[in-house]
Design a protein. Structure first.
Ligand SMILES: [Zn+2]
Length: 92
């Protein structure tokens, strides 16, 4: 019983990964992402809490902030997800 419960849980998490990407403690739907910063934030403020983090811009003027690993995972997830839209034929 325990094994099959575990298997089901993993299965759900894999499905979620296809349209959601976890950043920090948030599952972010990929379709809400407008753009992702290519360079880490730097504004020069001594008390800045975002320095070295990458901005992930969402719809409706929201932003979340990700470390480099999370940013790269988000980029990968977006690329895989976009690859699933339409077929390559549409580019001809
Ligand atoms: Zn700053």
């Amino acid at each position: 019983m325990r094994n099959s419960e575990l298997f089901q849980k993993n299965d759900e998490e894999e499905n979620m990964a296809s349209i959601m990407c976890k950043i920090d403690d948030k599952h972010v739907p990929l379709y809400r992402v407008m753009w992702i910063g290519d360079l880490p934030h730097f504004c020069g403020h001594e008390d800045c809490e975002r320095e070295g983090q990458y901005e992930i811009r969402l719809e409706q003027d929201e932003s979340i902030w990700a470390g480099r690993e999370d940013r790269d995972r988000m980029l990968d997830a977006l690329q895989q997800w976009q690859g699933g839209i339409g077929s390559p034929d549409e580019w001809n």
